[in-house]
Design a protein around this ligand. Structure first.
Ligand code: COA
Length: 150
């Protein structure tokens, strides 16, 4: 666990410079600043950042539409990985889903992404189905994972 103080809070426009840096290092298909700006105005979405002593160490997003929640993305800066922050951020996103009365959470993950798959399994997600050739950069399939909220 991280031995510095951190808090999980709502993402704001002011976080986007740092979010863009992490987005580029974390994803083969990064979202644009415009995508995040529009997501921050989306009433069905919630975006949280993990703030370590004033620096954004990571972030994640969720859509909740009626009973279904969907993780849109989660990323932790390389400098802050393997300290439990991804896990903590996911638990906060799950809280949002519960508050909005979702009964399950879905997400997609690359089969090759063992770090994320291990994290999701630890959080109680299970493999549900495959979306063929989901990722356009290399045609990799996506594993759809689900967690039921009771
Ligand atoms: C996936 C990611 C968010 C994990 O963040 P993190 O803060 O390093 O994860 P945590 O430290 O909270 O780890 C939680 C659990 O995940 C597993 N895990 C995380 N990274 C791992 C790795 N590199 N190898 C194996 N297991 C790993 C561990 O089981 C860990 O639990 P433990 O510490 O009790 O062993 C981070 O690696 C990342 O940003 N990756 C790039 C973006 C990405 O792939 N996002 C997910 C898209 S679906």
């Amino acid at each position: 666990m991280l031995n510095q103080d951190y808090l999980v809070r709502k993402m704001t426009d002011e976080d986007l410079d740092r979010v863009m840096v992490i987005e580029q290092e974390a994803f083969a298909l990064p979202w644009s600043r415009e995508s995040y700006l529009s997501e921050l105005k989306n009433n069905f979405a919630a975006y949280l950042v993990c703030d370590v002593e004033g620096e954004v160490a990571g972030y994640g997003g969720i859509w909740v539409v009626f009973e279904q929640a969907h993780i849109t993305n989660v990323a932790i800066s390389q400098d802050y990985r393997l300290r439990g922050l991804g896990h903590s951020l996911m638990l906060e996103l799950e809280k949002v889903a519960r508050q909005k009365k979702a009964n399950h959470i879905l997400l997609e993950v690359r089969p090759s992404n063992l770090a994320a798959r291990t994290m999701y399994k630890k959080l109680g997600f299970v493999d549900m189905s495959i979306r063929k050739a989901y990722y356009s950069d290399n045609n990799e399939d996506a594993i759809v994972m689900i967690k039921y909220l009771f």
